[in-house]
Design a protein around this ligand. Structure first.
Ligand code: HEC
Ligand code: HEC
Ligand code: HEC
Ligand code: HEC
Length: 413
């Protein structure tokens, strides 16, 4: 997905491997999400449904996304950048009083959300940030020289002709496909690089997108339709993550091998090319370890790299595992305890939260907090309590605490 022509999410996902399927990842991922102290599951949500809800629930009347919508509230296009589901839900909660006030002024009914609607809208805001900026061919040309691709792929290079020509490389429609081809030719290219004492290239940030923009310009492919293999299907990606043996070395949310890092604990790049570049960089080291462990190195065909990379992107939607012990502290520090009790201890202005549906899942809690916000706000006003804001992972921690309370609805009694 490229930024240039700004398709709406709906248009973007109408492509063959639609983001629509991101939702289905919920099936395979719920079991992996946030296994904090208690079983706190996070359904993924369907970004396509989220896009529709953004309109039908009236958010679009006040908020712009991707160049459409009102300007009463802030533009939300970039809000999902580097923010997971509950961080987004936290911001939504923080601004509840401000939003309610504006809705009243404008005569808009405050929308009530179901749990899945909350998840869908947040998944929509998250998915909006999965795209590559259009590559810069000028920078790409420089990279082609600096990374020594020119030595083997450029006609004027010293070894011009060893690898396919620049024009042929311009056939690649997306950085993901190019990485896929490079990955599969990796061992061969690596051998030759070693022989020629060329350091294997490492790709960061927009490197791949820039390189490709250059190759497409040189190959006179600019403006031609890009084979649409982006954005990829993370549900397929998750399957590949298992089938191709990634899970033998990598855990996600604590489930899987320990040879490599738990990928849910890392700050992975957020763009298709950034993620694909990371995969490439990792190839050499991985092949070494796999040789030692006698695991055959994976190769990729068709849309497999796109799918895998889409999965890597959505790992971030669940955020890091939450910390119930910290959450316990927030329950007091944020003043929830003044109105809410847990198992009979605490305030009585609001319901006992151990008895509440809120403990069943973070999304359920986010939904209830949003839907009950107007009455909470009124009570806070009466009691002179300022609206508590939840930053960063505070909401996740708080909800993990609620779910961990012994004797609550989420724990067997
Ligand atoms: C009547 C206009 C209005 C409607 C409708 C509305 N909002 Fe808002 N929203 C605002 C305003 C104004 C703010 C900033 C409030 C403040 O300053 O506290 C805001 C803030 C936010 C924020 C925090 C943004 C940030 O940068 O931290 C989120 C998230 C949000 N809204 C999501 C939504 C969603 C999702 C919907 C639909 C369910 C929605 N809003 C409906 C007016 C609106
Ligand atoms: C040491 C020489 C060498 C260098 C340096 C090199 N390549 Fe290659 N590359 C090759 C060879 C040889 C092949 C064909 C390998 C094969 O057929 O198995 C190849 C294949 C490829 C392919 C797959 C082509 C296809 O469609 O089959 C891509 C894409 C590619 N290289 C991109 C790059 C990029 C981008 C760089 C710079 C970052 C680079 N290469 C640097 C030698 C090199
Ligand atoms: C044989 C073990 C092994 C296998 C199999 C493996 N990896 Fe890795 N991976 C590692 C190790 C070890 C690291 C640590 C970084 C390094 O040394 O490259 C790593 C690092 C990574 C990183 C970078 C993490 C970071 O924060 O920089 C990503 C992404 C990754 N692997 C993805 C994958 C994917 C996707 C697969 C399956 C196609 C896979 N890995 C298969 C061992 C493995
Ligand atoms: C000023 C008192 C007050 C404070 C402070 C307060 N709440 Fe509430 N809360 C209420 C009231 C009253 C309700 C019931 C509102 C209703 O019925 O619409 C409620 C409802 C809820 C619900 C829905 C429960 C259910 O099952 O329906 C949740 C979840 C919740 N609050 C969480 C929190 C959290 C987390 C905090 C701290 C960040 C907090 N509240 C702070 C008064 C408060």
């Amino acid at each position: 997905m490229q930024r240039g022509n700004r398709p709406s999410l709906g248009e973007r996902v109408a492509r063959p491997l639609a983001i629509a399927v991101l939702c289905a990842t919920a099936l395979c991922l719920t079991a992996l999400a946030r296994p904090a102290s208690a079983q706190v599951f996070t359904p993924l949500g369907d970004p396509l449904k989220g896009e529709r809800l953004f309109e039908t629930k009236g958010c679009i009347r006040c908020h712009r996304v991707d160049g459409r919508g009102g300007t009463v509230g802030p533009n939300l296009s970039r809000l999902g950048q580097q923010r997971d589901l509950l961080q987004l839900a936290g911001l939504f909660w923080n601004h509840s009083p401000g939003m309610s006030a504006r809705m009243q002024e404008l005569g808009i009914t405050r929308p009530v959300l179901s749990g899945s609607e909350m998840a869908d809208i947040m998944a929509f805001l998250y998915a909006l940030n999965y795209f590559d900026e259009p590559g810069d061919p000028v920078r790409g040309a420089r990279l082609f020289r600096e990374k020594q691709c020119v030595s083997c792929h450029g006609s004027g290079g010293p070894l011009g002709g060893i690898g396919p020509s620049v024009e042929r490389l311009g056939d690649y429609g997306s950085p993901l496909l190019m990485i896929q081809a490079m990955w599969n030719h990796g061992p061969d290219m690596q051998e030759r690089m070693k022989a020629l004492e060329i350091r294997p290239p490492v790709f960061e940030g927009s490197d791949m997108a820039d390189l490709l923009a250059y190759l497409r310009r040189e190959g006179k492919r600019e403006g031609l339709a890009v084979p649409s293999l982006v954005p990829g299907d993370p549900r397929e990606g998750w399957k590949l993550f298992t089938v191709k043996g990634c899970i033998r070395c990598h855990a996600v949310q604590g489930e899987g091998g320990k040879v490599g890092p738990d990928l849910s604990q890392r700050r992975l790049p957020q763009t298709p090319s950034g993620l694909a570049g990371l995969l490439w960089n990792h190839g050499t080291r991985m092949r070494e370890i796999m040789e030692r462990l006698d695991v055959p190195p994976p190769t990729f065909t068709g849309s497999e790299v796109s799918d895998l990379v889409a999965y890597l992107y959505f790992i971030g939607f669940f955020g890091p595992p939450a910390d119930a012990a910290r959450g316990r502290g927030f329950f007091t520090a944020k003043g929830c305890v003044r109105c809410h009790s847990v198992n009979g201890k605490g305030g009585t202005v609001g319901p006992d939260l151990a008895r509440s549906q809120a403990v069943l899942s973070p999304v359920e809690a986010a939904r209830l907090m949003w839907n009950h916000a107007p009455l909470m706000e009124a009570r806070m006003h009466e009691l002179g309590i300022t609206w508590p804001t939840l930053e960063g992972n505070e909401m996740a921690d708080l909800l993990a605490y609620l779910a961990s309370i012994p004797g609550s609805r989420s724990t067997p009694r």
